[in-house]
Design a protein around this ligand. Structure first.
Ligand code: SME
Length: 163
């Protein structure tokens, strides 16, 4: 049984004292990946100006770099702006396979100004890995890191030529 309130305290500590969003998102992904049992990937995708979700900081095997707008479990969670838990990815018609070892998946959108600026995606190598307690606990963890994701989304939205 995962103690999500303990993990929330640890995550808050991990992110305190460092304002850089990229550094904190990278450490958050590594933290979730190393602390949650039975998962094989954890990381962020960021919504870019054309609507695609592009790979951000993550831990696990190399993953799909670009998910077309609205596609996949990530795109569905982004469009609905609600957490999506998929117990069997093979039963989700629009699932995008990045690692054939993944069997279930959970995606938490990060919403600012009425739109999903990013998602946090976790994959598991077993069916139905994420129950109601995991959903609530992981949503609480994502709420801690969300301000940094919103800040990185702001940075990514600035045209490179003006930076
Ligand atoms: N399976 C996801 C794609 C991202 S990877 O799992 C890391 C999806 O269907 O959106």
């Amino acid at each position: 049984m995962v103690d999500y309130s303990l993990l929330a305290g640890q995550a808050a500590g991990l992110l305190s004292g460092e304002p850089d969003p990229l550094a904190n998102l990278a450490n958050f992904a590594a933290f979730v990946f190393s602390e949650l049992p039975e998962i094989n990937w954890a990381g962020f995708y960021f919504a870019r100006s054309n609507g695609d979700l592009v790979l951000g900081p993550f831990a696990g095997r190399p993953a799909c770099t670009r998910l077309p707008m609205g596609r996949g479990v990530c795109g569905a969670a982004s469009t609905s702006m609600a957490t999506l838990v998929v117990d069997d990815v093979d039963a989700f018609a629009d699932h995008i396979v990045c690692d054939s070892a993944s069997r279930s998946e959970m995606v938490v959108p990060i919403v600012a100004d009425g739109r999903a600026v990013a998602v946090f995606d976790i994959d598991a190598p077993m069916l139905a890995r994420f129950d109601a307690a995991d959903k609530a606990g992981i949503e609480a963890l994502v709420a801690i890191v969300a301000p940094f994701a919103v800040r990185l989304a702001d940075v990514l939205a600035v045209p490179a030529t003006t930076r």
